[in-house]
Design a protein around this ligand. Structure first.
Ligand SMILES: C[S@@+](CC[C@H](N)C(=O)[O-])C[C@H]1O[C@@H](n2cnc3c(N)ncnc32)[C@H](O)[C@@H]1O
Length: 420
């Protein structure tokens, strides 16, 4: 196959670290695009991909994981509103960015949270940016099905939505508050370069990058935030900001961080592997603080690294990350042991069974791999990585019909999340 080269191109284009989504997801996307282009030969497709921007965009659209829903991680929105109240400036709207915004649920949730907190339309602006043109089209269409409304509390729907054919659409007031743009986090032409935002939601994107690109991304987000601005990341990403010039906002389950008024050293300092404790930043946007930030970037002041607790990912997430790392590094016995220990400690979960299946798969224990993939799907029928890997495992075992059922299911899930 041509997967190594496609992986290299995807990393160059959007920062995607193929191992983070699983090779099978990329393989499935390539197969789908080859069929759509009418190229049975992988090399012909690779040639098209290397020479056509449009095909690269189509592949990106096919490969990204658009998973999102309204008020995902509710505490993040509570932390954002608290920050907005503390930094209200008469006559100057608070500027917020949702990047990646996927199909729009996150930026519209920001607007709803702000209205619910009593802010007026003129008090804030929201930009939504995502690399996938298909996701941006869905965000603009703004018709949402059941999958976008998860959890027990969906009272916001009756306040802010109207029922339309195919689902629910946010009210005109909410829609008007958000401006969408297709674009890449790494493209400086897409997002304003410096201190353009008071709040940035950058959640569930950094997990798809390798360490070097995670570091570059956080540097980029730092540039875009005003000093003392608020950055919100996803639960599995919450150990990153504190390594790169942010301090925890100390709001449990919000995964929220303030930008410090000076940049950290380029590399984390040697020392304990867990982030050190840090004190809250000087949160202000007066000229003095801006001026301080525009000094030549130096390491954080010693005093700024001393007091408050840092948010860390939960023990279960850390343990899953360790299993994934062991599997990625080819330490397959260790990955299996860790996965079994994880299941014993935290109970059954699709992610743990998927990783256990993956470790068996990589050590050519196909029956065990299939058994564990099936357990993962029992717990989470739409687990995309599992569907993709199980389809490939069945194909390798000669069960083409079984593999097709799963591939079709994967395709329907992808279509559904795009159209929602
Ligand atoms: C899992 S969604 C996260 C959506 C939302 N932030 C959330 O947490 O619910 C990940 C999104 O990242 C987008 N994405 C991937 N690489 C990107 C890049 N380099 N720049 C901008 N968006 C990117 C994908 O298109 C996808 O919609």
């Amino acid at each position: 196959m041509i997967l190594d080269e496609v992986g290299r191109l995807l990393r160059e284009e959007i920062g995607l670290h193929v191992a983070s989504v699983g090779g099978a997801v990329v393989q499935y996307a390539v197969k789908t695009r080859m069929a759509a282009c009418g190229f049975p030969e992988p090399l012909d497709y690779l040639q098209r991909l290397s020479s056509s921007r449009q095909e690269m965009q189509e592949l990106i659209n096919a490969v990204v994981i658009p998973e999102t829903w309204f008020f995902r991680d509710r505490e993040a929105f509570v932390a954002m509103v608290r920050h907005a109240r503390a930094h209200r400036r008469p006559g100057a709207p608070l500027r917020m960015l949702s990047l990646p915004c996927s199909t729009g649920e996150e930026p519209y949730s920001l607007a709803m949270a702000m209205f619910d907190a009593g802010f007026a339309a003129s008090d804030f602006t929201i930009d939504g940016v995502d690399i996938s043109t298909r996701n941006i089209a869905a965000a603009t269409r703004a018709v949402y099905g059941r999958n976008s409304f998860r959890g027990a509390d969906i009272a916001f729907r009756s306040r802010h939505f109207e029922a339309v054919e195919g689902g629910h659409r946010p009210s005109a007031a909410v829609l008007d508050q958000v401006t969408f743009k297709a674009g890449n986090l790494f493209d400086p032409a897409v997002t304003p370069p410096v201190e353009a935002y008071d709040v940035i939601f950058c959640r569930n994107l950094l997990i798809y990058f390798d360490r070097e690109l995670q570091q570059r991304s956080i540097g980029r987000l730092r540039q875009m935030l005003v000093p003392g601005g608020l950055l919100l990341v996803g639960p599995a990403e919450s150990s990153l900001p504190t390594l790169h010039g942010f301090v925890s906002a100390r709001t449990p389950l919000a995964f929220a961080f303030y930008k410090q008024d000076a940049a950290p050293p380029a590399e984390p300092r040697p020392g304990p592997s867990r982030p050190r404790r840090a004190s809250p930043p000087a949160v202000a946007r007066a000229g003095g603080v801006r001026a301080a930030a525009s000094r030549p970037e130096a390491g954080p002041k010693p005093a700024a690294r001393s007091a408050a607790p840092v948010e860390a990912p939960g023990a279960a997430e850390l343990s899953l990350t360790a299993i994934q790392r062991a599997a990625d590094a080819g330490r397959l016995d260790e990955a299996k042991r860790e996965a079994l220990a994880h299941l014993a400690a935290f109970g059954p979960s699709a992610d743990a069974y998927y990783l256990l299946g993956l470790a068996h798969d990589a050590s050519q224990a196909i029956s065990e791999a299939i058994e564990n993939y099936r357990k993962a799907l029992y717990l989470s029928p739409d687990h995309r990585e599992t569907l993709a890997h199980l389809a490939l495992a069945l194909e390798r075992r000669g069960d083409g019909a079984g593999a097709k059922v799963l591939s079709d299911r994967l395709g329907r899930i992808a279509d559904r999340s795009r159209s929602q």
